[in-house]
Design a protein around this ligand. Structure first.
Ligand SMILES: N[C@@H](CCC(=O)N[C@@H](CS)C(=O)NCC(=O)O)C(=O)O
Length: 211
């Protein structure tokens, strides 16, 4: 399997899931700014959206979209428990994946990161953050994980919360969110992925946007 990734971008959630599941992968670095793969080839030929993550499966299928990729990886090793395979908890997992991708990643962080989004869009994103993080804070209060154990939703949420500092979002306003992030960033698969991708990010030739 190949994972097209960019250091500290949302593709880090898939790296966390792969580490958690103990699955091998070929990590292919992409510069999302120039749309070039590390070998110089055109990333738009891999994903016309120009976005990471992309997974190329061992069968040659290409899969995009965090929520689909994370569930795909979880399904490769069901015994790792990264996604409830059936029952209502499966829907609960999908609820959180959808919330993270649409309400946090795209509504809050993407406009804050984008050099092309006007100040009005950034101000609206900061306004959206208040309600979204208050909701998340209530949901996380008294809980260790989003579900009853570490799942791919936690892999995605920690990846997204990792952008708060660099976008001026003070997680300290939401104590349960802050406590969750402080705890989860020390979770072995998360800590490993963050340390490795931070080193790659710092050593990158060109700065890259995260979200
Ligand atoms: N809808 C996509 C969005 C992925 C996405 O936003 N990726 C960002 C990195 S976090 C990216 O590649 N941005 C570069 C760009 O949009 O040009 C998904 O959920 O996988």
């Amino acid at each position: 399997m190949d994972l097209y990734f960019s250091p500290l971008a949302c593709s880090m959630a898939t790296r966390i899931a792969l580490y958690e599941a103990g699955l091998d992968c070929n990590y292919v670095r992409v510069d999302t700014k120039t749309k070039r793969v590390a070998d110089g080839s055109d990333f738009l030929a891999v994903n016309p959206m120009g976005q990471v993550p992309v997974v190329r499966t061992d069968d040659g299928e290409r899969l995009t979209e965090n929520t689909a990729i994370l569930q795909y990886v979880a399904g490769l090793k069901p015994e790792a428990g990264l996604a409830p395979q059936e029952g209502f908890q499966r829907h609960r997992l999908q609820q959180w994946l959808a919330f993270i991708t649409s309400e946090l990643h795209k509504a809050v962080f993407s406009p804050l990161f984008s050099p092309n989004s006007p100040e009005g869009a950034k101000a609206f994103a900061r306004q959206c953050a208040e309600q979204r993080f208050a909701y998340l804070n209530d949901a996380l209060d008294g809980r260790e994980f989003l579900l009853d154990r570490f799942t791919v939703a936690d892999a995605y949420l920690t990846t997204v919360l990792n952008w708060a500092n660099s976008t001026g979002i003070d997680l300290g306003k939401w104590p349960a969110v802050q406590a969750y992030f402080d705890r989860l960033r020390k979770w072995p698969s998360v800590a490993r992925a963050m340390a490795e991708e931070f080193a790659l990010y710092r050593n990158g030739k060109a700065p890259q946007t995260a979200a």
